[in-house]
Ligand binder design. Structure first.
Ligand code: C2E
Ligand code: MG
Ligand code: MG
Ligand code: MG
Length: 282
């Protein structure tokens, strides 16, 4: 009895794995044609100066308008696109579209674009960016690239060079999801980034967990020492915003002040102050 149950269990496991592999293969095939068919969209989430709640930027977040499954979020397809070798071209499309959209925004609003490891491995990232900036007419100072710690460290020397080139032409770099990576501090701080983004998990636990407060405090110390700005992501409550502002966080991003929306719905007016404590300007 035990034996047959075991076999049924295994059979079930095999079927399940088979189904998953099939739907994954199907998604890969659909991904291949989706770019040419114009099925990708960028949504933008506004980023606000903590002190004044004035908008300073917007992060481009890719979505896939799937013909039968509806709007898919990046967690569903970025990994697959990466493995299938499709991320370099999707990434190029994102850079192109984001810069084209941002040209019509007010001068003081930057556009932030997430990069994937595949885009680093392809040798042409610098040329792609330069080309897009020239074509769209977007000032390089208005483009910010978001990278994660782990990305930097594969081909460290090459990436260092690439970042210096980008910095030289005025493009800035933000370290995304900071604090959850495996990179050592020492290996990261030599990169010429100008901003760190505190990972959403720390913002979420901020008011419950002393450990998250400690992480935020140490990121603030590090950022001051390196003279880089700090953005807190995932801010959903005004108590979180006030705490982070008191800690000296420069920029705020999160559902509290604005969710990701299509470019046409992006509201770049100052966020309402209602419910928030008055800010004293220094
Ligand atoms: P990320 O770069 O850390 O982007 C922030 C994510 O947090 C976004 O999820 C955003 O919608 C979500 N978020 C923002 N504020 C809040 C909040 O207050 N509460 C909660 N619960 N979530 C919030 P999204 O759009 O699903 O993107 C997930 C990840 O996919 C991004 O994380 C980024 O790593 C990746 N991604 C998105 N677009 C691109 C892209 O064009 N290229 C590449 N390579 N990766 C992308
Ligand atoms: Mg990001
Ligand atoms: Mg992030
Ligand atoms: Mg994140």
């Amino acid at each position: 009895r035990v034996k047959s149950e075991g076999r049924n269990g295994f059979q079930f496991f095999e079927d399940e794995m088979h189904k998953r592999a099939q739907s994954r293969n199907q998604l890969v095939n659909e991904l291949r044609s989706s770019l040419a068919r114009g099925q990708f969209e960028l949504h933008y989430q506004p980023i606000f100066e903590a002190r004044t709640l004035r908008p300073r930027g917007a992060e481009a977040l890719v979505r896939w308008r799937h013909p039968s499954q509806g709007l898919l979020y990046p967690d569903r397809f970025i990994g697959i696109a990466e493995e299938a070798g499709l991320m370099e071209s999707l990434g190029q499309w994102v850079i192109q579209k984001a810069c084209a959209d941002a040209v019509s925004w007010p001068e003081e609003i930057k556009v932030a674009v997430n990069l994937s490891p595949a885009q680093f491995r392809g040798a042409t990232l610098f040329d792609v960016i330069l080309c897009v900036l020239v074509e769209t007419g977007l000032s390089p100072h208005r483009l910010e690239l978001e990278v994660t710690e782990s990305m930097l460290l594969q081909d460290r020397e090459e990436n260092l060079l690439l970042f210096r080139q980008l910095k030289n032409i005025g493009v800035s770099i933000a370290l995304d999801d900071f604090g959850i990576g495996y990179a050592s501090l020492g290996s990261v701080v030599s990169f010429p980034f100008s901003k760190v983004k505190i990972d959403r998990s720390f913002t979420r636990d901020l008011l419950q967990k002393p450990a998250s407060k400690a992480v935020v405090a140490s990121i603030m110390t590090l950022a001051r020492g390196l003279d880089v700005q700090v953005t807190a992501e995932g801010v959903e409550a005004s108590e979180q915003l006030e705490y982070l502002r008191d800690q000296g966080v420069d920029l705020i991003q999160g559902y509290l002040l604005g969710k990701p929306v299509p470019c046409s719905e992006l509201n770049l007016a100052s966020a309402p102050h209602s419910g928030l404590r008055e800010v004293t300007c220094i």
